[in-house]
Design a protein around this ligand. Structure first.
Ligand SMILES: C[S@@+](CC[C@H](N)C(=O)[O-])C[C@H]1O[C@@H](n2cnc3c(N)ncnc32)[C@H](O)[C@@H]1O
Length: 237
């Protein structure tokens, strides 16, 4: 998917609201995630595919340094409006995390909110290679991802309808499986017009852990945070 596609999708999908600080549900989820796993958050956090930078808000409250990267300019704009103020240790960047070059070392890396739906395993490998110079031994990496295959076979993937401020409805539905690429195909019809296909390929611990291990990251903790969502924590060996 191109940057324009991703922007168009998130603009129509709840007008960005789902992944911005304005969304109280997502904000309280990220706050809870942070509190429960406080020990994995060091002084400096790199938030990959940060959306509206909610983790940045939490980092700011805790006095931690934070860099959020997202390909979607509008998401970053909304994050900056909130988090950049006097004395803020938060910074944001519009970039593709598969090739963005970042300076400095981070004790924690995050890839949250099922952002992995945008990446196939080879992308994920690129992302890990790309941050190689920014991590140290003992850096933690938190990944939150959705078990779309379980949802698919258990009939839990219901068609989704969201009111889109009078512009129509957003619909997302599953379309089948591409067994060669290992992707569950998800179609999103934003506003009934612009159709986008997602290929969700990283949906299971066995896939993610293999990719992480291949790049030198070892599993520390795994939790099924809801019937459909996994949260893995890895450490750089
Ligand atoms: C589901 S949102 C998650 C946002 C946030 N991490 C959270 O947990 O609230 C996924 C984000 O991935 C971003 N994204 C998709 N492809 C990307 C890429 N190649 N590089 C950087 N960000 C990307 C999208 O723009 C979107 O903001």
């Amino acid at each position: 998917m191109t940057r324009q596609d991703i922007e168009a999708y998130y603009r129509r999908h709840d007008s960005y609201n789902r992944y911005t600080v304005e969304n109280r549900r997502r904000t309280s989820q990220i706050r809870a995630l942070f509190r429960r796993r406080r020990k994995y958050f060091g002084k400096s956090i790199l938030d990959l595919a940060c959306g509206g930078g909610i983790l940045g808000l939490v980092a700011q409250e805790e006095g931690l340094r934070y860099l959020g990267i997202d390909i979607n300019r509008d998401m970053i704009r909304s994050a900056e409006l909130r988090a950049i103020g006097k004395g803020s240790k938060c910074a944001f960047r519009v970039s593709d995390i598969r090739n963005a070059k970042v300076k400095g070392a981070f004790q924690t890396v995050a890839l949250l909110g099922n952002a992995v739906i945008h990446f196939v395993p080879s992308d994920l490998h690129k992302i890990l290679t790309n941050i190689e110079e920014n991590v140290e031994k003992d850096t933690y990496f938190l990944v939150e991802y959705r078990d779309v295959v379980k949802m698919f076979f258990a009939g839990e993937w219901s068609k989704k309808y969201v009111e889109d401020k009078g512009k129509g409805r957003v619909v997302s539905l599953s379309k089948g499986i591409d067994t060669e690429r290992g992707e569950v195909k998800v179609e999103s019809r934003a506003g009934g017009a612009h159709n986008l296909d997602f290929g969700a390929a990283v949906w299971s611990p066995y896939i993610l852990e293999a990719v992480m291990n291949g790049s030198g990251w070892l599993l520390v903790e795994r939790e099924r945070t809801s019937p459909q969502v996994w949260l893995d924590v890895y450490i750089r060996s």
